[in-house]
Design a protein around this ligand. Structure first.
Ligand code: FES
Length: 581
């Protein structure tokens, strides 16, 4: 992990933001100094030094971040060594596994908390610690708006899973073995062993799920030290990366290298081909759109589709490929990966570690060309995500076609419609529904408002009778999201969602639906006149929340194609600095 030598300091202590709290001559400053002594610090330990906030998403309930409390000590070590003053701030944890209905409901809440903490305290720069799915975009969205110097410390993937001499991948193998259990191929004894083998250490999911995709995107954007995103969470290299991040943030503060100078249009234009060439999670489409919006950069679904058609998939990592994140790391990690696609990147833009991305990628080598494939031997010719259009999704939908069975990518079949997830769970195995392998399963009521929070319901289960026949994939359509570790011919993020009257609300069981990925088409084969008649009969559901955060959410949330940010957070406008004197 090379980092360029620090240039001379560009700012003086009096120019630090924290000077307003500590350095001026007034009653409040006297109080701030007294209270810092109350915390046990000598004046010479902090006065005139950059105050570095370490925003830590550690929690007892979040197994993906359970090592971050210890890791924050390494960040502090780096900050002290570089002459800064580290202060750790606990912030909300977004635990993909435990938080219901979905942490996506709370992504914008963590983004708000991040922004307001950085603004309201004497902070000169920040180290953001996270990795479990939504925590990466949430922290970066808030920090982008606060616009201070920032380094992101990814939580790192957990160790590979193991069971009876088989290597297990997060999520991917959970779904697979759960289907085997439903098909009667394994029993309770095997399931119990699998529970112990699937997640063997702290760290986020170790497939190319949403966590690995988003932390890789953060590294591609240039907000981590080089190679940070794939270091296994329990590797001693993770400690060293955390210390290096602490060292680095102090220099960024002296240079006043704010996030707005890193998160440019060019940076986002590089993050998109990165996640597509990784065969990354469909969730990245929503999160990168929202993150870019906070940076004043407009990313559209068409940008993703256009780039996907020109970018091959080079990462041979599950669920689309064979290996896991530890293999990817030892194959060279993201620096080696980016070096493979460097002709697609803006190499002259800065990162937090180097004056240019070109400099950062110098000497990056692939050590295993089966894990990180060369351009002339890709895993797939096109990037992993396709954007669909048609009368069923006027504002778009996405499908991760590399993780679907090929024969389903052009398919017409009759719909079986479920109005909500609970109904689907209760009735999916009902023989009276007449579901065959040609059926198109449709789930509605699962979008940003309907879910609420767009839960990861999009990989609808295959009915038991079809599983027993060996069917492992079907066309499924919803306004939900899908876990990055999932797979199948699942059309996701249908916009506008059914809850607000999108065409998905008008589909009836028996209607024919056509999916044609090559033509990027998703069509409901019902005439316009009939659809208008159904629309006239459609009734909007009542508001879901009468008070609290949910009420704010339902008032402000945008649809999937624009990133599901809150309108009042995404809009342009100034927020004044607090008066600290
Ligand atoms: Fe945290 Fe998968 S559950 S990253």
């Amino acid at each position: 992990m090379s980092i360029r030598k620090a240039p001379k300091h560009m700012r003086k202590p009096e120019q630090l933001r924290s000077h307003q709290w500590y350095g001026t001559d007034g009653l409040r400053t006297f109080s701030h100094r007294a209270r810092t002594r109350q915390l046990g610090y000598l004046p010479e330990e902090h006065l005139g030094k950059p105050v570095i906030a370490i925003l830590n998403t550690w929690s007892d309930i979040n197994p993906c971040h359970s090592h971050l409390r210890e890791r924050a000590q390494a960040v502090k070590r780096g900050v002290w060594q570089a002459g800064g003053f580290p202060l750790e701030f606990p912030v909300s944890t977004l635990s993909e596994t435990f938080q219901k209905p979905t942490p996506m409901l709370y992504r914008n809440l963590l983004a708000m908390e991040t922004e307001e903490l950085l603004r309201s305290y004497p902070v000169d720069g920040a180290v953001l610690m996270g990795g479990c799915d939504k925590s990466t975009p949430a922290l970066l969205m808030g920090a982008a708006t606060a616009d201070l110097p920032v380094v992101f410390v990814p939580a790192g993937p957990m160790l590979p899973g193991h069971w009876r001499n088989e290597v297990l991948g997060s999520g991917t193998d959970m779904w697979k073995y759960w289907d085997d259990k439903r098909a009667g191929l394994i029993g309770d004894c095997e399931l119990s062993e699998l529970e112990s083998g699937l997640a063997r250490s702290p760290g986020h999911c170790m497939t190319m799920g949403t966590a690995s995709t988003l932390t890789a995107a953060a590294e591609a954007l240039g907000v981590t030290v080089p190679g940070a995103s794939s270091i296994p969470a329990v590797d001693s290299g993770h400690d060293r990366m955390a210390a290096a991040s602490g060292l680095r943030i102090v220099e960024l503060v002296w240079q006043d290298l704010r996030l707005s100078k890193i998160l440019t249009r060019e940076a986002y234009e590089d993050a998109v081909p990165t996640v597509l060439a990784l065969g990354g999670s469909t969730n990245a489409v929503i999160h990168l759109t929202a993150m870019a919006g906070r940076s004043g950069v407009k990313l559209t679904l068409d940008d993703f589709d256009r780039i996907a058609r020109t970018v091959p998939v080079l990462a041979n990592v599950r669920p689309g490929g064979r290996y896991l994140m530890e293999d990817f790391h030892f194959a060279g990690g993201l620096p080696a990966f980016l070096a493979q696609i460097k002709d697609l990147l803006h190499l002259d833009r800065p990162t937090v570690a180097h004056a240019t991305l070109r400099e950062q990628l110098e000497g990056a080598l692939v050590h295993n060309p089966d894990v990180i494939r060369p351009l002339d031997n890709p895993l797939a010719e096109e990037g992993g995500v396709a954007v669909l259009r048609g009368n069923l999704c006027p504002d778009g939908a996405v499908i991760k076609h590399i993780a679907a069975e090929r024969h389903l990518l052009k398919h017409t079949g009759p719909a079986v419609v479920f109005d909500d997830y609970r109904t689907m769970q209760r009735t999916i195995n009902d023989p009276g529904l007449g579901i065959t392998e040609d059926t198109v399963l449709v789930l509605r009521g699962s979008g940003p408002l309907g879910g609420p929070g767009m839960p990861e319901y999009g990989m609808l289960p295959i009915p038991d009778h079809l599983l027993k026949k060996g069917v492992r994939d079907m066309v499924r359509i919803s306004d939900a999201r899908m876990s990055g570790t999932s797979y199948g011919a699942c059309v996701l993020h249908v916009a506008p969602e059914s809850y607000v009257g999108g065409p998905l609300a008008l589909v009836r069981t028996g209607d024919l639906i056509t999916l044609d990925v090559e033509a990027r088409a998703l069509r409901l084969e019902v005439g316009d006149e009939e659809l208008e008649r159904r629309r006239a009969l459609w009734q909007a559901p009542p508001p879901r929340y009468g008070r609290g955060y949910g009420a704010l959410y339902q008032e402000q949330i945008t649809q999937a194609d624009t990133g599901c940010d809150f309108r009042f957070l995404a809009q342009a406008g100034e927020v004044p600095e607090p008066y600290a004197g």
